[in-house]
Design a protein around this ligand. Structure first.
Ligand code: PCA
Length: 208
């Protein structure tokens, strides 16, 4: 079995993206019999769908697991749903595009559920000592769009994982955010632990 594991390039204020780094770490590995192909998606509303479908066409995976950064979150978040909305909020994409209250597809369904076992995935991580939770919103930026596209255009079991910042990213934010004057430092998780989480998820999704 083959799993397509995607990450995203850096975007907005973030100079790195743990999801991009993990996609590189996993590319070419085999985890519990699952051959992993790691790829990186652009953070561009107008390109995600085409790029993702192109990768699926080329790789012909049996499942698709996408990852992205959720900068304020403290735990690995397994997304339950993708909604038919494109809204960049205050963060334009890497092409400067900033949709506001748009539909991804005006004729498409309002939402799609992820088709990986979301609750089981969270339990697997929690039992391994990794902070994790079900998330009931993937937001309305590019990450939501990748899960919507996978479900809208393919029958592949598909899921999305939002990752916290790494400690290095959180420290950088602390420098910029005046932590030495009492400013807040955002939550983080080290990349090795994030990597272990993705390993466990690939294995768990493989048996479902
Ligand atoms: N996170 C953003 C887009 C790319 C990424 O890694 C999101 O949550 O939509």
């Amino acid at each position: 079995m083959t799993v397509l594991l995607t990450g995203y390039e850096p975007f907005g204020e973030h100079e790195t993206n743990p999801s991009e780094r993990l996609a590189a770490r996993f590319d070419g590995r085999t985890i519990d019999g699952e051959a992993v192909i790691g790829r990186v998606l652009p953070v561009e509303f107008d390109r995600i769908e085409g790029e993702l479908l192109g990768m699926i066409d080329e790789v012909r995976p049996d499942r698709a697991l996408s990852m992205g950064l959720a900068a304020g979150r403290s735990a690995i978040s397994i997304e339950r749903v993708a909604i038919n909305v494109a809204d960049a909020g205050e963060t334009p994409d890497n092409d400067g595009t900033r949709p506001h209250d748009e539909r991804i597809d005006p004729d498409g369904p309002d939402a799609y559920f992820a088709t990986v076992p979301v609750v089981d995935c969270v339990e697997t991580l929690l039992n391994a000592g990794i902070p994790a939770r079900v998330s009931n919103t993937a937001g309305t930026h590019c990450c939501n769009r990748a899960l919507y596209a996978a479900r809208h255009h393919t029958d592949l079991p598909s899921g999305f994982v939002h990752l916290p910042r790494t400690p290095e990213q959180a420290a950088r934010n602390g420098i910029e955010g005046a932590a030495t004057s009492g400013g807040v430092v955002p939550p983080s998780m080290d990349l090795d632990r994030q990597e272990r989480a993705i390993e466990l998820l690939i294995a768990r999704i493989g048996v479902s």
